[in-house]
Design a protein around this ligand. Sequence first.
Ligand SMILES: [Mg+2]
Length: 435
Amino acid sequence: MTTTQGAGSYRIVAMETHDVRFPTSRELDGSDAMNPDPDYSAAYVVLRTDDGYAGHGFAFTIGRGNDVQTGAISALEPYVIGRDAEDLGALYKEMVYDSQLRWLGPEKGVMHMAISAVVNALWDLKAKRAGKPLWLLLAEMTPEEIVELVDFRYLSDALTPDEALQILKNAESGKRERIEHLKSAGYPAYTTSPGWLGYDDDKLRRLCQEALDQGFGQIKLKVGADLADDVRRFTVAREVCGPDYPIAVDANQRWDVASAIEWVTALKPFGPHWVEEPTSPDDVLGHAAIAEGIKPVPVATGEHVQNRVVFKQLLQAGAISYLQIDSARVGGVNENIAILLLAARFGVPVCPHAGGVGLCELVQHLSMFDYVSVTGTMENRVIEYVDHLHEHFTDPVVIENGRYRAPSAPGFSSEMHAESIAAHTYPGGEVWRNT
Ligand SMILES: [Mg+2]
């Protein structure tokens, strides 16, 4: 390991949680076929050390889920008080293996998302102490150190530690050049901003044109509420973007298997770049049947996939052509590294889910690590971008000509401004007080 700025003995001495909610449902931002009125929210955690550092993390919810999610994060306090953030492979596994808490999942749902929030806060702390953005901290770790972070339990029929090590070793050559390339060129993004279901056609048309003007190489439309509406909206988007421009569609789990095949078949003439979340995220065989039934339209999923085991099955079943990690649902950075390695093993490109509040800030680091240390390529890969709520973060994402600029500030880009936390705290913050 390289010498770190924050090296030396220290301990985490405090954990704070904050229930932070943004009233996004008032503008229909984020509206889709299954989530008509989301209030983008963060069950937010801060870990403070005895030498003045703080690590920030959060679980993303869409409102009332925060009531439960903040309590789940608090249940992890005994694991971090008195500890440091040096051996995050071991600490992550300790939390996941707490049998009394594990009973609530296992490794899924509210408790697993709470672990994600805390693990990500620990990584923010570690990267801040090292004086590096998280993607670079990870990129500079050795293949052996990366393998130590991963829990291979339930994976060995698809990926062994030796195979993971080999993937990482294969990517060692050219790493330095890729780091420099990322710093100068960034990472490709696509935008979902034009496509929310609650927007009218004029707004859709205007936002499609803006996406082109801003240099994005792909957009995405929400679909699945009404087929005639979807055909009309896809027609508008094609008129603005042209026949060959990549336009993905996202059904947010709306369909059963047969209706997914029927609906997507009707949209086939518009050439969807992928169909995202066609059905339940737990239905591996359903995804495989849909993929077969809508060929050659590719299937994408992942933002609601609970853990690495379900991702393993989706890959083994040949059910997905694009894998969409989420930075704050599975067990944080550690489990996402396992999923990046699985995707590499199966040769499936990772195109992360982002948006919400803070998800773009986090997940960019993971794609950049994937490029530098795992797959060595950005080809056929894009990170989702949505232009909401970035102003609340101390190190917000920067998009230039349709690409994420590589973060340079130390940490995981996960820290919100203290004033934003105070104003949006539910129910006492000023944003909520008079509603
Ligand atoms: Mg989606």
